[in-house]
Design a protein around this ligand. Structure first.
Ligand code: NAP
Length: 300
């Protein structure tokens, strides 16, 4: 039985672990994929205080190292269910393992949003992807498209333009939500074409993607690409925990800046929480707030 179980090993979960350990609590962090969470998909992070420029993977490693140095235990396990016990919580994992804690911090983050175009799921891994950092190398000297207008799409397009023959950046508006600095850098790349006021309407190719159909300003157009990177934001992954949470319409856990939930001993931190700014810094801030709230609750 740990004092605090933390579900999610991204910046929120690992910061929570560091704070809770420093407050003398025993902590187990359960992460289903990669410690560091979404940032492991970022080639370069330039807005985390104290680091002028660092790769997402390296920052993830540092957050993990810091939490473990303070005494946090970690396991690569996917939590698929929760049980309330007399003493706290039991996290049930898909491997069959179960871990118990007196308090629980949910820092499960968010997963990429899908476009919702026909055959999208079928073509995942055969041309359709959600992580340019992970899969971009497969498209060296090939034409690809990136869909989205936030920082993820802009960063993906920049990264891909370094190795791909051509990058089409498709966005449904004529202006971007992401940082102007990234837009300016993309405008300087000769192999990047902006396809604005446009939506992907179909995926072409039988077993492998060979192009996309796009509707732009009311006109249809086909663009030959071997890869499509979808970067249109994220959605929370809280289905397994739904019985224990109030959630907003988009599925985010309805907890305030204090990271408290209506359920005793349950705290929510990071991108899975309803909030207006989802950044590394705000995730880390949530981690600290949730950890201290959990410690306070345990010491009550
Ligand atoms: P985001 O900022 O939410 O942007 C999502 C983009 O996808 C928006 O441009 C949106 O268009 C578009 N979109 C949403 N649904 C769509 C749909 N169904 N069809 C077509 N387009 C759609 O998401 P993000 O880029 O993944 O970034 C998430 C957060 O992480 C942001 O706060 C971002 O700044 C941060 N981030 C930071 C870094 C970094 O610090 N290095 C890197 C990546 C991301 P509209 O603009 O029209 O709504």
């Amino acid at each position: 039985m740990y004092d605090i179980l933390i579900i999610g090993g991204g910046p929120a979960g690992l910061t929570a672990a560091t704070y809770a350990c420093r407050a003398g609590k025993s902590v187990l962090v359960l992460e289903k994929a990669a410690f560091g969470g979404q940032i492991t998909w970022s080639p370069r992070v330039e807005n985390f205080p104290g680091f002028v420029s660092i790769s997402g993977n390296e920052l993830g490693d540092k957050l993990l190292e810091q939490a473990m140095e303070q005494g946090a235990e970690v396991e690569l396990e996917e939590v698929t269910g929760l049980e309330k016990t007399a003493e706290g919580w039991k996290a049930l994992c898909d491997s069959g393992a179960a871990f118990e804690g007196k308090a629980l911090i949910l820092a499960a983050g968010a997963r990429p949003r899908m476009l919702g175009v026909a055959r999208e799921e079928e073509l995942v891994g055969s041309g359709v992807g959600y992580c340019a950092v992970c899969d971009g190398a497969f498209y060296k000297n090939k034409a690809v498209a990136v869909n989205g207008g936030g920082n993820s799409a802009l960063q993906d397009a920049l990264l891909l333009s370094e190795t791909c023959s051509k990058v089409y950046l498709i966005h449904r508006r004529d202006s971007f939500r992401g940082e102007q600095k990234l837009v300016d850098a993309l405008r300087e790349r000769e192999n990047v074409e902006f396809v604005l006021n446009a939506s992907v309407t179909a995926l072409l190719g039988e077993e492998e993607l060979c192009g996309i159909a796009v509707e732009q300003n009311g006109q249809s157009r086909e663009i030959p690409v071997e890869g499509l990177f979808v970067a249109i934001g994220h959605q929370p992954d809280l289905e397994a925990f739904a019985p224990w949470l109030n959630r907003d319409k988009a599925g985010y856990a309805d907890a305030g800046e204090d990271c408290l939930t209506p359920t005793e001993g349950l705290f929510v931190a990071g991108d899975c929480r309803k909030k207006t700014v989802r950044q590394l810094t705000t995730a880390a801030a949530d981690g600290a707030v949730a950890a201290l709230a959990a410690c306070h609750w345990l010491d009550r």
